[in-house]
Unconditional design. Structure first.
Length: 329
């Protein structure tokens, strides 16, 4: 295995090549089998209808060669792009907001410094594409503009689609529809969902909720980046992409499934914490190691471990938590 993964990320110095190799040789068999099934499903006509079968296929992972296409279709981004021909380019050619451009420029070199494709020396250097997508999006959705975290998400989209316009429409699907209000200036949706996670943990892993409360650890301290970056730079790339496969199809409740699984699987470990910094440290630790690297079994777990989790439950919790967040305002 090389020092750089297939997506251009440099592997850290302490990367465990041996256990990764053991996992990957098993996973390669799965990927090959899935690729054959997907090719049959798509039959070369590049369109699918939502169905239980498609949902099941997506939960088992979309092969990389089909990933951009399937994300585009199931998220509604494809339809939007087709209904607005030339819109993306018009955004880039139109009047610009100087403050927005400054904010985006500032973050360019901070986006994936460990990814060779985003370096100034790369050819093509993906920073240009990233800059364009963020500038276009900031002018398309003025209520959001640009906020930190969006650069990482757009960067991942560009790595997968290798296409600016598609990345723009996928970003629009995520921010405009799939994630409720995570990136608006008040970040109400984000604050709400962190509280919702707290409530779900009370229901499903009460001992951990009790520990957090006893030591006065706010959920936002340990999970805000999970939500803002959709697990980018928190979980391994391959695992993040598998999570996103489901996120584009099934929506934001996937984030809660992943968070609950991480907490539930590591309950014993988290409960060893005896103080505030200790708890924060445990939450950093639980996103590393073989459990999260083995993305195929990990994805099976997120649909079994947390038990039933309906959108109705989440909507109900969102309502009460939003009230709470607003009253703390």
């Amino acid at each position: 295995f090389s020092r750089v993964d297939p997506y251009g990320f440099e592997r850290p110095d302490d990367f465990d090549y041996a256990s990764y190799e053991a996992f990957f040789s098993r996973y390669l068999v799965v990927l090959t089998r899935r690729a054959i099934k997907w090719s049959k499903l798509l039959k070369g006509n590049n369109s699918i209808q939502k169905s239980l079968k498609v949902k099941r296929y997506i939960r088992k992972g979309i092969p990389n060669e089909h990933r951009a296409l399937i994300w585009m279709i199931v998220s509604g981004a494809q339809t939007n792009m087709e209904q607005n021909p030339g819109y993306y380019h018009r955004l880039l050619e139109g009047e610009k907001n100087g403050k927005l451009l400054e904010a985006i420029k500032t973050d360019m070199n901070r986006t994936f410094p460990d990814n060779v494709k985003f370096r100034k020396t790369a050819d093509p250097c993906l920073q240009h594409a990233l800059y364009n997508v963020l500038v276009a999006y900031g002018h398309h959705n003025k209520a959001v503009g640009y906020c930190q975290g969006m650069n990482f998400i757009a960067g991942y989209l560009i790595l997968i689609t290798k296409n600016e316009e598609e990345s723009f429409w996928l970003l629009d699907a995520l921010i405009g529809r799939i994630l409720p209000d995570y990136y608006s200036p008040a970040m109400l949706g984000l604050k709400t969902d962190q509280e919702v996670l707290g409530e779900l943990v009370k229901m499903k892993v009460p001992a951990v909720a009790e520990l957090m409360e006893r030591h006065g650890v706010m959920w936002t301290l340990v999970v805000s980046r999970w939500f803002i970056c959709l697990f980018i730079d928190i979980l391994p790339v391959e695992t993040v992409l598998r999570i996103w496969d489901c996120l584009f199809y099934e929506g934001s409740k996937i984030i809660f499934r992943v968070a609950l699984t991480l907490i539930k699987q590591n309950q014993g470990f988290i409960l060893e914490a005896t103080n505030f910094p200790d708890i924060c440290d445990k939450f950093k630790q639980i996103t590393k190691g073989t459990f999260v690297t083995e993305c195929h079994t990990f994805m099976q777990k997120i649909f079994t471990d947390p038990g039933s989790l309906s959108m109705a439950t989440i909507d109900r919790l969102r309502e009460t938590c939003r009230e709470k967040v607003l009253s703390q305002g």
